[in-house]
Design a protein around this ligand. Structure first.
Ligand SMILES: NC(=O)c1ccc[n+]([C@@H]2O[C@H](COP(=O)([O-])OP(=O)(O)OC[C@H]3O[C@@H](n4cnc5c(N)ncnc54)[C@H](OP(=O)(O)O)[C@@H]3O)[C@@H](O)[C@H]2O)c1
Length: 330
């Protein structure tokens, strides 16, 4: 595994996410699939064995649900499972990121970025993770009802109280991110060290404006859904495999159709280089660091030990320049 810097924090070049964990075949009464805890623990162990020290979660993640705000009763399940999988490791050897913003309870102040909600949720996240602090605390998406000063003030307090070491931002417009960064500068608050955004060969919107913000403020990019939820692995080119994410997440099925042509181009290019499409897609993202002049850490999802092995090995692959560039225009 290679390591990189997010300000002073040293993290593995690959982060393991927990939005979707290995699913079991059992369901809750409301039809939601349960997480296969044993397989999750094998995946996390393999990740640590391969040198991954960086784990991402959110206060809202369950582990098999896509929507972040429609199932408050399942919130926090992924934090609990991740916490228990990481319990046997030295806390100082791992870096844990989580997020706050989603509706985690069906009452006023049950979500958002207010002082009240964040003060409540940091305690809940720490309790579920069974940890004394979170390395990176991220605001999951915008909250139009809370003044940015209020959010930044409580985040700054959390850093100074020691509950959080660093802060990060996710799914905010470039304009709002800059506004918050400027307020932090003016008030002498801790500044976001990362932005977490969707980024892959198939999704490059952030190159329009957010990358410039990352460069200007020295922020690392945590690239989420780097394999377009598995579509870039080519697994959906011949239909929907049983047990795959699209087999139980309906909206993803339409996405597999929309991204068919890019997935098949990636597969062809990977075949020529005798690597897998997943390795190609991740190696391409890592190579983009040099083009964009920013640090990029892909946050991968994995439902098997094989995924972890295959995806981590992408850090060792250097794509030939002409092949890399042929995907610059997509
Ligand atoms: N900030 C945000 O709003 C936000 C939003 C979304 C995600 N995220 C973060 O980003 C993380 C990653 O998202 P993601 O899981 O969608 O990432 P992804 O890496 O694009 O997709 C992962 C999925 O693709 C399949 N897969 C992975 N490697 C494979 C391989 N080598 N061969 C075949 N299939 C493979 C697996 O699904 P199946 O085996 O189930 O088919 C796996 O769960 C999340 O866990 C979360 O931490 C953040």
């Amino acid at each position: 595994m290679k390591y990189t810097q997010l300000h002073g924090l040293t993290v593995s070049q690959i982060c393991l996410g927990s939005w979707h964990l290995p699913a079991s075949s059992e369901k809750y009464g409301d039809g939601i699939l349960k997480v296969d805890r044993k397989e999750t623990s094998r995946v996390v162990k393999k990740a640590v064995d391969l040198g991954i020290n960086f784990f991402d979660t959110a206060n809202t993640y369950h582990g098999t649900i896509s929507e972040t705000h429609l199932h408050p009763e399942h919130s926090g399940n992924a934090e609990k499972i991740l916490g228990s999988c990481l319990e046997g490791y030295d806390r100082e050897s791992i870096v844990v990121a989580t997020k706050v913003r989603a509706e985690v309870a069906r009452f006023p102040n049950g979500g958002g970025l207010s002082r009240k909600h964040i003060s409540w949720q940091i305690g809940e996240s720490l309790r579920r993770l069974r940890m004394k602090y979170v390395d990176l605390y991220q605001i999951h998406w915008e909250d139009q009802n809370t003044p940015p000063e209020e959010t930044l003030d409580i985040l700054n307090d959390l850093v100074h109280r020691g509950s959080v070491h660093y802060t990060g931002v996710s799914n905010h417009s470039a304009e709002n991110m800059e506004k918050m960064l400027r307020i932090s500068e003016e008030r002498g608050y801790e500044k976001f060290i990362t932005m977490q955004e969707p980024y892959s060969i198939a999704e490059r919107d952030i190159e329009k404006d957010k990358v410039q913000v990352a460069r200007k403020y020295g922020m690392g990019l945590l690239a989420y859904v780097p394999l377009a939820q598995g579509i870039l692995t080519g697994k959906y080119l011949k239909g929907i495999p049983q047990g795959s994410r699209a087999s139980y997440i309906k909206p993803l099925r339409e996405e597999t159709e929309r991204l068919k042509s890019i997935a098949s181009r990636v597969r062809e290019a990977a075949e020529t280089l005798q690597i897998t499409p997943a390795q190609f897609s991740l190696a391409w993202l890592l190579r983009m660091q040099r083009e964009l002049g920013i640090t990029i850490v892909p946050i991968i999802g994995a439902t098997s030990v094989r995924h972890i092995e295959e995806n981590c090995s992408a850090t060792e692959i250097n794509l030939p320049d002409d092949v890399f560039r042929s995907f610059m225009e997509t």
